[in-house]
Ligand binder design. Structure first.
Ligand code: SAH
Length: 217
């Protein structure tokens, strides 16, 4: 782990009432979520509001996911300090900070340059030295750094992107919202087994769309 944080009573309360009371039990996830200062990732909101049980806008038409969704996806990845993670959709960098708190290394790709730059500055100021940022099209993953033991996509795709699957190592796990990008999707949990992929359908969810191709400055 590359960072330490002070105790945070807002985050601890969020963990108790929104995560433990539901079905989040992974000690790594509970520890990360009770420490990472979520309010720093939504600076335009009052501190307490940042920890409420819903997503919030982060500008550029994008959102920071609900705390429960961040926890659920991270738990579905079965993350440890041995993992090398690819994240698609840096956004505010909050999910990135949770991943980086637990995993060995995180590679995160965002298509909107200003969001990537802002998240990079914030994570560096918090002391993260195991998180690497790229502005690019997440559909293509991050080929030069592949393979990854875990891949998390935090925007919705109509189908599982082909390129991403092949950047997983054997027994690697990918978590991604798949389905109708204009309404609801299903969270899919994919495990690579050699040249095959086991696909499990999980909970219903709602994410902003994964947009192919163009980069935004
Ligand atoms: N995990 C983020 C939430 C991100 S919202 C957080 O905790 O704040 C989804 C993000 O995916 C948005 O920032 C959006 O710009 C980004 N995105 C959409 N399509 C993308 C693509 N093809 N490649 C990379 N990022 C993409």
């Amino acid at each position: 782990m590359s960072v330490t944080f002070e105790r945070n009573k807002y985050a601890e309360r969020m963990v108790r009432y929104q995560l433990k009371s539901r079905d989040i039990y992974d000690p790594n996830v509970l520890e990360a979520m009770s420490r990472v200062p979520r309010h720093l990732f939504v600076p335009s909101e009052p501190v307490s509001r940042a920890y409420e049980d819903h997503p919030l806008p982060i500008g550029h038409g994008q959102t920071i996911s609900q705390p429960y969704m961040v926890a659920f996806m991270t738990q579905a990845l079965s993350l440890t300090d041995r993992d090398k993670v690819l994240e698609i959709g840096t956004g505010s960098g909050y999910q990135t900070a949770i991943l980086g708190y637990i995993a060995r290394e995180v590679y995160t790709v965002e298509r909107i340059r200003v969001l990537s730059v802002r998240a990079k500055k914030l994570l560096h100021s918090l002391g993260y030295d195991n998180v690497f940022f790229k502005v690019g099209d997440g559909y293509k993953g991050w080929k030069e750094k592949a393979p990854f033991s875990r891949i998390l996509v935090t925007a919705a795709a109509p189908e599982i992107p082909e390129e991403l699957k092949w950047q997983l190592n054997d027994n690697g796990i990918m978590v991604i919202p798949v389905g109708d990008v204009s309404s609801f999707q299903e969270l899919m949990i994919i495990v690579r087994k050699g040249l095959n992929f086991d696909v499990k359908r999980s909970i219903a969810c709602r994410f902003v769309p994964l947009i192919e191709g163009k980069i935004e400055d």
